[in-house]
Design a protein. Sequence first.
Length: 461
Amino acid sequence: MNKPAQLSLRRQLLIHLAIPLLAVLGLGGAGGMLIARQVGYQVHDQWLLDSAMTLASQVKSDGREVKLILPVTAIQMFEWDRVDHIYWQATSQQQGLLLGNAELPPPPPPMLKSKPQFYDAIADGQPVRVVAIDWPAPDGINDTVRILVAETMHKRESVAAKIFSQWAPLQIGVLVLAAAFIWLAVTRNLRKVDSVAAHLGAYETGSLTPIADAERMPAEIAPLISAINGLLAKLGTEQESQKRFISNAAHQLRTPLATLQIQTQRVSRERDPLKHSEALDDVHRAVTRLHHVTHQLLTLMRSEQQTEKHLKLAQLDLADIARQEVERWADSALEKEIDLGYEGPEHGLTITGESNLLRELIGNLIDNAIRYQTAGGTVTLILEDNPVTLSVDDDGPGIPEAERGLVLERFYRGSTSEMAGGCGLGLPIAYEIAARHGAQLSITSGTWNRGTRVQVRFQQT
């Protein structure tokens, strides 16, 4: 399958500009020919009129009739022309033909007295240009003399051709210069596009810097440059996010994997059944921790990728989701002898959100409270309306006020993190998901200033 020919912007611009230039050249040529012909006609028409007026001035009267008497030498001089043939005719309205060398066709009506009329006709089988003028008879005689003078077209066509031959090269030269200037202007301005292409072609994947001098670009290219810079910024943000995720994943998975490796080696060495069982329990805990860290990392990555604009938002019953999450974590709470409870409506607390992310948010808050709680303690999920507020309270050791901002940073571990087996991602994930939903997450002391309360307040819809 043949690859379609790649279109050149330079070629398209030049073609689109060349077509009007050629059209202008054609129209200019036609206009030049008409102007040259018109000039030639005006010059020779004036000569015809002068000749007709000369004949009219020779019309005489004897008191009863008009006469036109010309010497033979005068007639010869009048008819002499080296290029064209001269035809003429003088008639009287009352007497008929007075003098002439040919019978010429009459002018088209209307014919005004003493006003010359020019027209084209055929005489002796040749195209001619004719001037006609009706002249009043002299000495008050009631008569009108019509003078017709005609000339063949050779000199007219010759003059028009000469004018056009001198004018056409000038017009062609001007158009050639215009085409050259257009080509230079198009080429010079498209160099900016070439520089953008070269800049993009030289990009290194590790450094997606925006195109500089965007404000100096032509107004037609500036939106494209702005769009490209916006895309580069998004790609750079995504690239940094991926780098950060890979770095964080490598850092967080290194310890659980090393622990798992050590525990599996211990299992393979132990021969005592009791110690072998203990080693298997350690392996199970290491795998569980590895699963937890991996799940948290993937959840964090999904929350980063789903911006508020791209969330699949829908009308949800937050009370249903909250009760389901409490039920899901009930077994974990029982294993640690923790009283996990729910306070809030059974149904009917509707918000706009993304179901899976909201489950992750609530699950992380409950998991975090259970993980840092001591045996015999309580964890309560509280759901309130006007405004919609979700809180998770515990009566555990709490979070020191100085660390409440720090625990929202990724991978930060407080003083009790190692004991609880945390990875420093639970609260940052919850904070990230809350932000994606336009909600505010805050950390305060629990009831009676004991333990911790993590509160998520949703915006009114």
